[in-house]
Design a binder for this molecule. Structure first.
Ligand SMILES: Cc1cc2nc3c(=O)[nH]c(=O)nc-3n(C[C@H](O)[C@H](O)[C@H](O)COP(=O)(O)OP(=O)(O)OC[C@H]3O[C@@H](n4cnc5c(N)ncnc54)[C@H](O)[C@@H]3O)c2cc1C
Length: 496
């Protein structure tokens, strides 16, 4: 029986562990943090509970595929489809736009600003949808052995889509819509990828199709961390040990183009026949393997996604007037998006996302109280290394939010925690605090993304957001499918 050591316990790692266990591998895991889940984690404090990062996702059928593949008896958690996907408001305007999957309800929201919204949106979604279905299996869910392999695959994509590669999400919006409200709201999908609509290729408007037509958005009964708790239970049942507070800092080779073992911070060597690295695929090559293609200078030139500044608040009151998911935008979208990566924007009037956790999971807060999560995308530490001002940035956001929802939140705060890109970097080894890993520009996706197999060591593989196919929860699940395909091709599979 081959032994696999998995480095990390993010979603990519947990799903890989169970897929490999089912195929007859003996799996062991090491994790630097004190509990499982990676960025899909949880904070509990002062009687409140928050999901640390992810709050919703699409493409639930990828989880379904995983459960079947790993032969789990029943889904260890339950999805809930969001009826109102989210609400968006602009600074200085009272109107709040509610985003629905129902096209008639959605059209009613925009009738005052965008004439013929329904026809335009139908055309936009049809175009995004046909692209999604033409590339989902052909390009997205595929392993590439080389850049040539990738380019040959791209040649099979219908040529009608080629112009999409060279347009940005914003340019695609401009082809379909006129009002700034519609263009800004439906280009927020680029921010979900940790980038801006001005530097994200228009192929990613397919995300609008997945959110509005295909699968919608979902969260999980009892909070997103139920995903990790459910998977961890299966991991325990399978007898897979996870060693927490264990960080891999070095490696030993066996002299035959294979890694013999990874070494942790206490000098202990963890040996196995093969290794799956769930730590960031680029950072691991930089920090542990010290590869020429991943020097700090080269890493700094790569495109990284925006960093998170996150605020976890417990309130001693209910927020009747604020729905579950909300985006609070300013009124200088293009200028803000153009500067946010470079720390040349003042963070006193930021754009941010608010999730009232306890609306969907009442147990997250004591009776009569509310748990609030705020996420503000900020520059990573290449551009803003020092975050001594994190409490001030948080205070500005809380003041802004208070004005916009008409409640002085400061008077009701009974618990507050602020995590800057520094804490995110230190907790989960995220390069310079970048929240979603490597960006999704054309030179960093598909065959150009760090591969899920190692260039030097035959027995080392990678899974997670910075290898194929990309970032987000469903992508991490697909990533585990792809890496397991690779491993079983090389080492075989004994179905249990
Ligand atoms: C603030 C925020 C909000 C987000 N919101 C959403 C959302 O709403 N929807 C969505 O779909 N996605 C969201 N994402 C993205 C999503 O969280 C990630 O894409 C996904 O969780 C990444 O999973 P992963 O498998 O790459 O592992 P990760 O979560 O990156 O886990 C990797 C693990 O490896 C460990 N590790 C790293 N280095 C070492 C080492 N040397 N030794 C031992 N262990 C190590 C880390 O501690 C970590 O636990 C969000 C991300 C953030 C930061």
């Amino acid at each position: 029986m081959k032994k696999v050591l998995i480095v990390g316990s993010g979603l990519g790692a947990l799903t890989t562990a169970l897929r490999l266990h089912r195929r007859g591998y003996r799996v062991e895991m090491v994790e630097k943090y004190h509990q499982a889940g990676g960025r899909l984690n949880q904070l509990k404090k002062d009687g409140f509970t928050w999901d640390l990062g992810p709050t919703f996702f699409s493409m639930t059928y990828e989880f379904q595929e995983f459960f079947e593949d790993a032969q789990l008896k029943e889904m260890p958690f339950t999805f809930r489809e969001l009826d109102t996907l989210y609400a968006v408001s602009f600074r200085g305007f009272d109107k709040r736009y509610f985003i629905y999957k129902d096209l008639d309800k959605l059209a009613a929201e925009f009738e005052a600003v965008e004439p013929n919204f329904k026809e335009k949106m139908t055309r936009f979604l049809a175009s995004a949808g046909s692209f999604f279905h033409d590339v989902e299996h052909l390009v997205l869910k595929k392993n590439y052995d080389s850049i040539w392999d990738y380019l040959l695959t791209l040649m099979r994509v219908p040529p009608k889509y080629t112009p999409r590669l060279f347009r940005s999400v914003w340019q695609e919006m401009e082809r379909h819509f006129e009002s700034r409200e519609v263009k800004e709201i439906f280009s927020l999908v680029a921010f979900f990828l940790g980038a801006t609509p001005f530097d994200t290729p228009s192929i990613y408007t397919l995300l609008s199709y997945t959110e509005l037509v295909h699968d919608g958005y979902h969260n999980v009964f009892g909070g997103m961390y139920k995903i990790v708790e459910g998977l961890k239970k299966e991991i325990d049942k399978a007898g897979i040990p996870i060693h927490f507070n264990t960080e891999i800092v070095a490696y030993q080779e066996d002299g035959n183009k294979k890694v013999k073992g990874f070494v942790d911070q206490n000098g202990k060597t963890w040996e196995a026949d093969l290794f799956v690295v769930n730590a960031d695929a680029a950072l691991f090559r930089h920090k542990i393997f010290r590869r020429e293609k991943f020097t700090e200078e080269k890493m700094d030139k790569m495109k990284w996604t925006l960093a998170p500044l996150t605020i976890y608040i417990g309130l001693d009151t209910k927020l009747e007037n604020v729905p579950l998911h909300n985006y609070f935008l300013g009124n200088n979208f293009e200028e803000y998006a153009g500067k946010i990566f470079k720390n040349s924007i003042k963070l006193d009037q930021p754009y941010y996302y608010v999730n009232v956790v306890s609306k969907s999971d009442p147990e997250a807060a004591p009776a009569g109280s509310e748990s609030l999560f705020i996420l503000c995308p900020v520059p990573d530490r290449r551009f803003k290394p020092n975050w001594d001002d994190k409490e001030q940035v948080a205070a500005n956001i809380i003041d802004d939010l208070s004005q916009r929802i008409g409640i002085d939140l400061k008077k009701h705060i009974v618990s507050q925690t602020v995590l800057s890109p520094i804490e995110w970097e230190e907790s989960f080894n995220l390069y310079k605090g970048s929240g979603l890993g490597l960006g999704h520009n054309l030179t960093q996706i598909g065959g150009f993304r760090p591969k899920n197999f190692d260039e030097v060591y035959k027995n080392v593989f990678y899974v997670g957001a910075s290898t194929v196919p990309g970032t987000g929860l469903p992508m991490a699940v697909i990533s585990s499918k792809l890496v397991v395909e690779r491993i079983t091709k090389a080492y075989g599979s004994v179905h249990k």
